[in-house]
Design a binder for this molecule. Structure first.
Ligand code: UGA
Length: 458
């Protein structure tokens, strides 16, 4: 099937690359000429494991092309996936102006029947507005539009695998023809019939994805309700951590045991510096605003947001308690990305932490395995080290702000010897306290017993 993907940001590139990977003929388009030129030169504007290989191999097979002319790209397609950004407005609602612009382009270029798939995260009832807009902007033309909502549940860092081995594919449709067309598009994923670019020899066993057909409004609501629930779960974990700290319990032990109950689950249940990124915080806010507009008081979510905003204060207080005075101290921060396996620093708690510590008068030197370039562009004043060891040089404290697994494998003896004082504040509970304490570090985690429990010492 000929598919055009509008918007060459993160979601657009993963969607376009993976749709080509499962055999479709895909054009990714964006009105940002510089982005398209970069992609045509084989460069990716984002770091996403495995995506470069997917894009390159499909470009070579001519199954994936890039075009800086959205009207032309849209006119050639049977199905158009809208993957443009919906950033937050100052009041927290989603800015839908890019979707409106795409609707205008689609309506004025289309002939025949087009399937228009809303993939961007949008508040419920956007599909209805989109349908209306396509009708108005396309007045007097012969085109007919089928509109569907197909929310994405991709996680940055594992997005290619998430696309190809999803637990569910949700399609919000108005009629069976639209469902059939989408089923055809996703058939290789539903039947798991493709050569997997993620798992080299054989994919581990996955349950076949659930094909979930809903109304358009439900599909839109599913996306916001999913992300908001994840945010809620993390905030809950963080509150348990705060309580564990006061009671001399260990949040890691507590949440592991709580999560063993299959109804709760251990996944997405880790305490730390709070959730960031371009999805959870903004989707939570947009969901709260949507509820308010509908006259539903979703105070539960407002509280989750408030808890998350306090996470940075909590870590700064830990640093203050350990250092006594922050002003004039040297702080090494490991991690800048909003989570591991991405170079994305949008709404990254680590970035806010560096800013707050700097405002308190600390000299902060930070390092991230992938996010240095993005940080250099967005925060030119940050003092960036070329590796973790350089960041630790003469530092009074080292703060772990992103859960990169490779930080575990650093030469901690070398770090200890480089630091002015062997002090770690582990805001992601990444390290094993007994191990680093045995090396002579003073260690403070999140919700972890400050006294080493006797069984951990053995
Ligand atoms: C999130 C959702 O997980 C995806 O399902 C969704 O498709 C995506 O948003 C989207 O709407 O596009 P993502 O933004 O990639 O994915 O990031 P997450 O993996 O959700 O992590 C968000 C934040 O929560 C990170 O800052 C991470 O460090 C933090 N986190 C995560 C915790 O603090 N604790 C946890 O247990 C898990």
């Amino acid at each position: 099937m000929k598919i055009s993907v509008v918007g060459s940001g993160y979601v657009g590139l993963v969607t376009g690359g993976c749709l080509a990977e499962i055999g479709h003929d895909v054009i990714c388009t964006d009105s940002d000429l510089s982005k398209i030129q970069m992609l045509e030169q084989g460069k990716l504007p984002i770091y996403e494991p495995g995506l470069d290989t997917v894009i390159e191999s499909n470009r070579r097979k001519s199954r994936l092309r890039f075009d800086s002319n959205p009207p032309k790209a849209v006119a050639a397609a049977d199905a158009i996936f809208i993957c443009v950004g919906t950033p937050p407005l100052p009041n927290g609602e989603a800015d839908l102006s890019a979707i409106d612009n795409v609707a205008r382009v689609i309506a004025s270029e289309a002939h025949g029947t087009k399937l228009v798939v809303e993939k961007s995260t949008v508040p419920a009832q956007t599909g209805q507005q989109l349908k209306r807009a396509l009708g108005i902007y396309g007045r007097g033309r012969s085109a007919e539009f089928r509109v569907a909502s197909n929310p994405e549940f991709l996680r940055e860092g594992t997005a290619v695998g998430d696309f190809l081995h999803p637990d569910r594919i949700v399609v919000g449709v108005d009629d069976s023809e639209t469902e059939k067309q989408l089923h055809e598009i996703y058939r290789p994923v539903l039947e798991q019939k493709f050569v997997c670019p993620v798992h080299e020899s054989k994919c581990p066993p996955f349950d076949p994805p659930a094909w979930m057909v809903t109304t358009i409004n439900s599909a839109e609501l599913i996306k916001h309700a999913s992300n908001s629930f994840l945010a809620l779960k993390i905030s809950y974990a963080n509150m348990v951590a705060d309580l564990a700290e006061k009671l001399g319990a260990d949040v890691e032990e507590v949440l592991q045991a709580v999560g063993k109950d299959a109804r709760i689950g251990t996944s997405f249940f880790r305490a730390g510096l709070g959730f960031g990124g371009f999805c959870l915080p903004k989707d939570l806010q947009a969901f709260v605003r949507l509820a308010e507009r509908c006259g539903v008081d979703f105070a539960l979510l407002k509280e989750a947001e408030r808890i998350n905003q306090r996470r940075i204060d909590h870590v700064i207080e830990k640093v203050r308690r350990a250092l006594w005075v922050i002003r004039g101290k040297k702080v090494a921060v490991l991690g800048l990305a909003f989570k591991a396996n991405t170079d994305d620093i949008r709404f990254a708690p680590a970035i806010e932490l560096v800013e707050r510590l700097t405002n308190e008068g600390a000299h902060v030197r930070s390092y991230d395995p992938e996010a240095m370039e993005k940080t250099r562009e967005a925060r030119p004043k940050f003092d960036l080290a070329s590796d973790a060891y350089e960041a630790a040089e003469d530092a009074d404290v080292l703060v772990i702000a992103t859960e990169w697994p490779q930080f575990r494998k650093l030469d901690w003896v070398r770090i200890r010897d480089a630091m002015a004082r062997p002090l770690i504040v582990d805001a992601r509970n990444l390290l094993v306290p007994s191990e680093v304490r045995a090396l002579g570090f003073e260690y403070h985690g999140i919700g972890r017993n400050e006294e080493e429990p006797s069984h951990a010492r053995q």
